[in-house]
Design a protein around this ligand. Structure first.
Ligand code: SAM
Length: 279
């Protein structure tokens, strides 16, 4: 399936990486999920759309909350969707379906959903106004949109700490520009209000969400998780063994300050965004 310009290779290497690290990402983003569902107020009979559902953890949570309703998870990555289907079957979650679809342009049934949710899956749109307008058309009148998205990389230890520790050994690719598709494209609250407003959504509210990313139970896990991130794996693979060891040690020392009794936690602030389709 063709991907939109500007997205990572979701239906390719990036998606495969997220499948391989499914449990880690679920643990890393668990706290965002809790905030998402606190804000979403899923009702038992809701018909829910999970945009950029990935391996489907939030889809399954939504399905349990909407026990008399249904949840439709859409994503670009065939591999992540295959995992999502497996997990739903293993966990006996029946009121979900998963579909490979580009949420920007997919021909959703108009007005078919009471609620659209996303955990960090709506920042990769090439044309965010058109994409959110497409999601808005899928919502019934007054249907709700609730998502979590990351804030600026400058505020994020998850982004800054590896960059500072490894920067002298490898070129760590910088984040895309603030208005380019990428993890931080909805970091600016004015841009969020502007994009969602132009997409025809009303009453846009942003609440800061300061839960950290969990990157591992201990330093070994945290180093493995960080070094295998897409942006670091390739440049690190270019290093010789001695330099790899030095760079890894430097990262380990940097991460040591973030060890807590609850695991290794890196600040990675987000917004909880809520809006609704016109009544
Ligand atoms: C950061 S991951 C989050 C995955 C999932 N929501 C979670 O919390 O584990 C972003 C997800 O958005 C999906 N995605 C990006 N652009 C998309 C688009 N245009 N349509 C559908 N899914 C998209 C990616 O394939 C990926 O699974």
């Amino acid at each position: 399936m063709a991907e939109s310009a500007g997205t990572p290779e979701w239906d390719g290497a990036t998606g495969d990486h997220w499948v391989a690290y499914e449990e880690k990402y679920n643990a890393a983003m668990f706290r965002y999920g809790e905030r998402l569902f606190a804000g979403a107020g899923v009702r038992p009979d809701d018909r829910v759309l999970d945009v950029g559902c990935g391996c489907g953890q939030t889809t399954r949570v939504a399905a349990r909350l909407a026990a008399e309703g249904s949840v439709h998870g859409v994503d670009l990555s065939a591999a992540m969707l295959a995992r999502a289907r497996e997990r739903a079957a293993e966990e006996g979650v029946g009121n979900v379906r998963f579909e490979q679809a580009d949420a920007q342009v997919h021909d959703f049934d108009a007005g078919a959903y009471d609620l659209a949710i996303s955990r960090n899956g709506v920042m990769f749109f090439a044309d965010p106004v058109a994409a959110f307008a497409n999601v808005r058309r899928a919502l019934r009148p007054a249907g709700r949109l609730v998502f979590v998205c990351w804030r600026a990389p400058e505020e994020s230890a998850y982004s800054l700490v590896p960059r500072a520790a490894l920067g002298r050994y490898v070129t760590v690719p910088g984040p895309p520009g603030a208005d380019e598709p990428g993890p931080n494209s909805l970091a600016d609250p004015d841009r969020v209000r502007d994009v969602l407003g132009r997409a025809g959504l009303a009453d846009v509210q942003l609440e800061p969400e300061d839960e950290p990313m969990y990157v591992g139970a201990d330093l070994d896990e945290a180093v493995d998780f960080v070094l295998n991130r897409q942006s670091l794996r390739e440049p690190m693979a270019e290093l010789d063994a001695a330099t790899t060891a030095k760079a890894t040690e430097e990262l380990r020392e940097a991460l040591a300050s973030y060890v807590t009794p609850e695991g290794v936690l890196l600040r990675s602030p987000a917004w909880l965004v809520t809006a609704h389709a016109p009544a």
